[in-house]
Design a protein around this ligand. Structure first.
Ligand SMILES: [Zn+2]
Length: 281
């Protein structure tokens, strides 16, 4: 991993100079749905709009240099999750997951073994992004240093969203980064904090096809992205908005596609594993 851009300058020209990956495959891994109030998705907006069922998913990405997981979905069987979703009087959940909506099942369909994964990239460490983390015992687990520090001891208002039992036992496998980094040619982590202290976006640049960005919860919905509107679950709203603007600059500069993490409409447009959402083989 190497630093590739000075901090503080998103750079409207620099992104064209990044290395691209020769061959890329991307599959979407669906781990079910979570019930959440609309106003929790859009800060103070949508009160009275009832509960939404949002998709909970991650990705498998393959380049000639590495096999990569981006986010780990949810694990409704984790007893700690059940305790957390009833915490602090926040009406949250329930979690829905069918037997086919596990990483074990979907990676098997793709012919990929968990022990062959080289990197697990976490956009952040909320429980709906860490469910399958324990499967990847041979991988380097990458997140922002600010995120792992915060996730070890979150503030009370964020406690509901983290499940330390899913990542603290794996700490020896973690390789935290600070700011932007290239993981392998064509795969980049971009710092886009605000939803949490260390939220980041993943940018993939295939040599042949269109670049795509996986912003994690830096954009829950297209509404957050288009309207520069924070979610209800937010650490620093102002920083979140600055990160939305950073995503917009990069997406526009690269003509990249952008896939919000929990948008039911955007999720319908994605092909799900074992189909490939992108493959230039
Ligand atoms: Zn989150």
């Amino acid at each position: 991993m190497e630093k590739f851009i000075p901090s503080g300058r998103p750079g409207l020209e620099v992104f064209h100079q990044l290395q691209k990956a020769k061959n890329v495959k991307w599959a979407v891994l669906d781990t079910g749905e979570l019930g959440i109030w609309k106003t929790d998705l859009t800060y103070l907006r949508g009160q009275g709009d009832g509960k939404w069922w949002i998709p909970i998913w991650g990705s498998y990405i393959e380049t000639p240099d590495a096999k990569i997981i981006v986010d780990c979905g949810q694990d409704p069987n984790d007893p700690e999750i059940k305790r957390r979703i009833s915490y602090a009087g926040i009406a949250f959940g329930p979690i829905k997951q069918t037997p086919e909506q596990t990483y074990e099942y979907q990676l098997d369909k793709l012919g990929v073994k968990a022990e062959d994964i080289d990197y697990v990239l976490y956009t952040h460490l909320h429980f709906d992004h860490t469910g399958a983390a324990k499967l990847f015992t041979k991988a380097k687990h990458v997140c922002q240093m600010a995120e792992i520090r915060y996730a070890a001891k979150p503030d009370p208002f964020m406690l509901i969203s983290y499940c330390p039992s899913e990542y603290i036992p794996l700490l020896d496998l973690f390789e935290p980064i600070e700011g932007d980094a290239m993981i392998v040619p064509g795969v980049y982590c971009l710092s886009t904090p605000g939803h949490t202290p260390g939220t980041m976006s993943i940018l993939v640049m295939p040599e042949k096809g269109q670049a795509f960005m996986l912003p994690g919860d830096s954009s829950y919905l297209r509404e957050n992205f288009n309207d520069e509107w924070p979610p209800g679950f937010v650490y620093e709203p102002e920083t979140f908005v600055a990160s939305i603007r950073r995503q917009k600059r990069i997406v526009e500069e690269l003509n990249a596609t952008h896939w919000p993490s929990h948008d039911p409409e955007a999720f319908k447009e994605l092909k799900k594993a074992p189909a490939w959402q992108y493959s230039d083989y």
